[in-house]
Design a protein around this ligand. Structure first.
Ligand code: UD1
Ligand code: MG
Length: 479
């Protein structure tokens, strides 16, 4: 009898994935901002196994570090087993079991390329398997077109007898529409024993995990199938077309989750949300918006259209229109866009504004301060309730090093001011339009550039005779 408290999950990810036609190992391709392998390991970890094993092999110089990274992120131990040569799924599981001590609990086998499989479905499989005290339970699927999959063969009474691979199947067996998803729950002892008895006497000359079912059944043990409630969850990714399909299905779920949690998504089809994104209540998301990484959107915020935010924090009731942003913070009730580029280290205070054609980087902008038009603000600190005039540039780079600009509270700097860093503008100070600020401006002062404007009368008629401008000037003079 299985010890129900002990579980192991073995995730197979040693295959080559040749149909991806990629230099990157198949399971390292991403959907929803996470690698396929990460999705699989998250689902596996979700059933809280005593042991979690990843079987790696092909391109493991890429895969192993990703497994370590995922383990660190999830704060769980993931053991790695190395399958040097890919001799089949049965061989992969044999290798996987070498990474854990002999135990008789339930061993779940799953694949690194089924990113939509949820912990709930694995849990339901294990639950049925343990409740029925089965030796093996396979998670099965029903497909109108079962081509390529192993077929679930049942006897006259409907009990599962064996799994036959497409390449080994006869015409009658090929007609069966119930197929093997590649996910199983095994009794640990039965699995260990059967794995010593599988052979590569089949069409592909490989060791098949699927043969364990026939062996267990032959020993008089109970073999069962659990039909997956939603076949879409088991969609495997073998090529780029399936990668896009899986990505779309995952996104459909994530957008739906956001809507069920109280966000309005105007156009689910053009809205993309990563798995780790958090979206508050009464948020409105306009079309063509992408939210990635650890982005958090506060209650009542309005995002988009045409906005991409990665690892951004957006405060409650803020408005962000046609914006690209990464690793920045937008305060409550702040306003951003349209056509705004927020780079890492930007912190816009509550009620602040970053307007059209503004680029910001490493800039802390205080509450109620505004950078409304056509400005580059980099390596800067701006106090509260200040206004930066249109078309200003924080000239932070001297060609070798970056320098910082500090602007005080309640400042009004003129249009086209150049702040040549390092420079400090005191509280309540003003600058005139077009000023190149190279020295500190004391609190309350007006900084203006030297040199008064000179008008050379009649210059156009004299120097540009015959032009429309000269003609207009002549008519104005004769009025
Ligand atoms: C397998 C099943 C088939 C099932 C299908 C579901 C077998 C014999 N067949 O077929 O019944 O319908 O999955 O998708 O199990 N892997 C390794 N090492 C190996 C071989 C494979 O780690 O030596 C891994 C692969 O990376 C992959 C998984 O095992 O994640 C499945 O292998 P794959 O070659 O895709 O098996 P299929 O032929 O699709
Ligand atoms: Mg496959």
């Amino acid at each position: 009898m299985a010890n129900h408290s002990e579980r192991a999950v073995v995730v197979l990810a040693a295959g080559a994935g040749t149909r991806m036609k990629s230099d990157r190992q198949k399971t390292l391709h991403e959907i929803g901002g996470r690698s396929l392998l990460s999705h699989s390991l998250h689902a596996a970890a979700g059933v809280h196994p005593t042991y979690l094993v990843a079987v790696v092999g092909h391109q493991r110089d890429q895969v192993s570090p990703e497994v370590e990274h995922i383990a660190e992120q999830m704060q769980v131990e993931i053991r790695q087993a190395i399958q040097e040569e890919q001799n089949g799924t049965g061989h992969a599981v044999q290798i996987g079991l070498t990474a854990i001590p002999e135990f008789n609990g339930t061993v779940v086998v799953t694949n690194g390329d089924v990113p939509l499989l949820t912990a709930e479905t694995i849990e339901a499989l294990v639950d049925k398997h343990e409740r029925e005290a089965a030796a093996v339970t396979v998670l099965s699927l029903e497909f109108e077109n079962p081509t390529g999959y192993g077929r679930i063969i049942r006897d006259q009474t409907g009990d599962v007898r064996e799994i036959v691979e497409e390449k080994d199947a006869n015409d009658e067996q090929r007609k069966v529409k119930e197929v093997n998803s590649g996910v199983f729950a095994f009794d640990g002892a039965v699995l260990r024993d059967a794995l010593t008895r599988i052979t590569s006497d089949n069409a592909q000359g490989e060791l098949y995990i699927t043969d364990v079912l026939g062996i267990a059944r032959g020993d008089g043990k109970k073999v069962a199938a659990f039909l997956a409630p939603d076949a879409r969850e088991l969609a495997g990714v073998n090529d780029r077309v399936q990668l896009a399909e899986a990505g779309k299905e995952l996104n459909r779920r994530l957008v739906e989750r956001a809507m069920r949690d109280g966000a309005t998504v105007i156009d689910p089809a053009t809205t993309w949300i990563g798995v780790d994104v958090e979206i508050g209540r009464d948020v409105i998301i306009h079309p063509n918006t992408q939210l990635w990484g650890s982005t958090v959107i506060g209650d009542g915020a309005v995002i988009g259209p045409d906005t991409t935010l990665t690892d951004m924090e957006v405060g409650a009731r803020a408005k962000v229109v046609r914006t690209q942003g990464e690793l920045g913070v937008i305060g409550e009730e702040a306003s951003v866009g349209p056509f705004t580029y927020i780079r890492p280290g930007t912190e816009l205070g509550a009620r602040g504004k970053l307007g059209g054609f503004v680029e910001s980087k490493n800039a802390k902008i205080g509450e109620g301060s505004k950078v409304p038009h056509l400005t580059y603000i980099g390596d800067a600190t701006v106090g509260v309730e200040s206004n930066i005039g249109a078309s200003s540039v924080f000239a932070n780079y001297d060609g070798v090093k970056k320098h910082h600009t500090t602007i005080g509270d309640y400042c009004r700097t003129g249009s086209d001011t150049m702040f040549v860093a390092p420079v400090t503008v005191g509280d309540g100070a003003y600058t005139g339009a077009g000023t190149v600020v190279t020295q500190d401006v004391p609190a309350g002062a007006l900084a203006i550039k030297e040199g008064r404007q000179r008008n050379i009368e009649g210059w156009v008629e004299e120097n540009r005779p015959g032009t429309d401008a000269a003609e207009a000037a002549k008519q104005a003079r004769e009025k």
